[in-house]
Design a protein around this ligand. Structure first.
Ligand SMILES: Cc1cc2nc3c(=O)[nH]c(=O)nc-3n(C[C@H](O)[C@H](O)[C@H](O)COP(=O)(O)OP(=O)(O)OC[C@H]3O[C@@H](n4cnc5c(N)ncnc54)[C@H](O)[C@@H]3O)c2cc1C
Ligand code: SF4
Length: 334
């Protein structure tokens, strides 16, 4: 690991200023925020991330979870994954978020992992984490070792000829289905970005993963109240029952009325270059009966644009079955 300096942020403004001053902040190479450290420190040990300075943001007052007057919930950037998952408000109003978080990592990791750190966690593509291999995301222009290489766990939706990495997060799939908004403090003040516009597809610049700019500090996430009577559910399929990333997962929010689907959100994990909201599936469902035939039609629509790689064609059918199963279970919730 490369030596680095550790400083403690005194407030949001100084943290922003510190990181924005980084000459290579766009690539994140020089000055980085550190929250739980469960992703960043891993990458630093592998010399995949080589910051000269870390700005410890853990002392900032950004860890609360509170209900806002409009019924939405505000989750601080430093709220730990365990605290979010076990929060009464989250468990009762947004069970999909609690379930998604609890399906990830381990208790110890969730105790450290923060909401914002989870939003920004790096891909688990093995070549990204190994400097011996070409990787356009880590070293732009060097090539992609995963195309034609080991790609069993990588993406089938939203990929490009430059990068086929999958977004590994569970939390973010639920936040996508919940229409969350990311709130950011930056050098030009505060702004809010809907999660649907937060992540960037790899295209020809896979190193640019989000719309964050140098100095941007995520302060909190808001989740709007669901339409009354909605049900929500997260289902994750993986190689083993715990301590494993998703091969395919689905987060759904579903509301039916008089035998028809009135409101639905469907997001997929493990298969997308970014947490993947499927508006194709949603369009196939709204106005139709919540039954097996229509759920399968929605699953077909969701995976229509899938571009599997040499080792992950199995994910196409796996993801479809995950969608059908999650919708079926959600429709049966009391
Ligand atoms: C063995 C293992 C298994 C795992 N399994 C799963 C799993 O199954 N599912 C899953 O979803 N996740 C899993 N994870 C990932 C885990 O959820 C993440 O490591 C964690 O959420 C990252 O949060 P953190 O606070 O530790 O982030 P850090 O490591 O502190 O930071 C991550 C990144 O976010 C940036 N950052 C942090 N906070 C802010 C902020 N407020 N504003 C701007 N930038 C910020 C940092 O600069 C860094 O780039 C696993 C991790 C490990 C190590
Ligand atoms: S898939 Fe993306 S992260 Fe993996 S080697 Fe290719 S460019 Fe790198």
């Amino acid at each position: 690991m490369q030596p680095f300096e550790l400083i403690t942020a005194q407030n949001v403004a100084s943290a922003v200023k510190e990181q924005a001053a980084s000459p290579t902040a766009q690539q994140g190479a020089s000055v980085r925020f550190i929250a739980g450290g469960t992703n960043l420190v891993d990458c630093m040990k592998l010399n995949v991330e080589t910051p000269r300075r870390l700005v410890d943001i853990n002392g900032l007052p950004l860890d609360t979870i509170e209900k806002l007057p409009d019924g939405s919930v505000k989750i601080g950037a430093l709220a730990r994954n365990s605290d979010v998952a076990q929060n009464d408000l989250i468990r009762t109003q947004f069970p999909v978020l609690s379930q998604a978080i609890l399906s990830g990592a381990t208790g110890q990791l969730r105790n450290m992992a923060s909401t914002a750190g989870n939003l920004l966690q790096k891909t688990r593509c093995v070549y990204y984490r190994d400097r011996a291999y070409a990787c356009n995301k880590r070293a732009p222009g060097s090539g992609c070792s995963a195309i034609g290489g080991y790609n069993r766990n990588l993406a089938i939706l939203g990929t490009s000829e430059h990068c086929i990495a999958s977004n590994p997060s569970d939390q973010n799939v639920a936040l996508m289905a919940l229409d969350a908004t990311i709130h950011i403090s930056g050098v030009n003040g505060q702004r809010s970005v809907p999660i649907a516009a937060f992540y960037l597809l790899p295209g020809s610049t896979p190193e640019k993963e989000t719309v964050l700019l140098p100095g941007d500090l995520i302060t909190h996430v808001t989740v709007p109240a669901l339409p009354p009577g909605s049900k929500s559910l997260y289902v994750k399929l993986r190689d083993r029952a715990s301590y494993e990333f998703a091969l395919a997962s689905t987060a759904v929010v579903l509301k039916t009325r008089q035998g028809k689907i009135e409101h639905v959100r469907a997001a997929l994990g493990g298969v997308g270059a970014i947490p993947w909201r499927s508006q194709e599936a949603e369009r196939a469902l709204v106005g139709h009966a919540p039954n097996a035939e229509n759920f399968r039609k929605a699953a077909e629509a969701a995976l229509q644009q899938a571009r599997p790689q040499s080792q992950n064609a199995f994910k196409v059918e796996l993801a479809k079955r995950c969608i059908v199963h999650t919708l079926t279970q959600a429709a049966q919730l009391a």
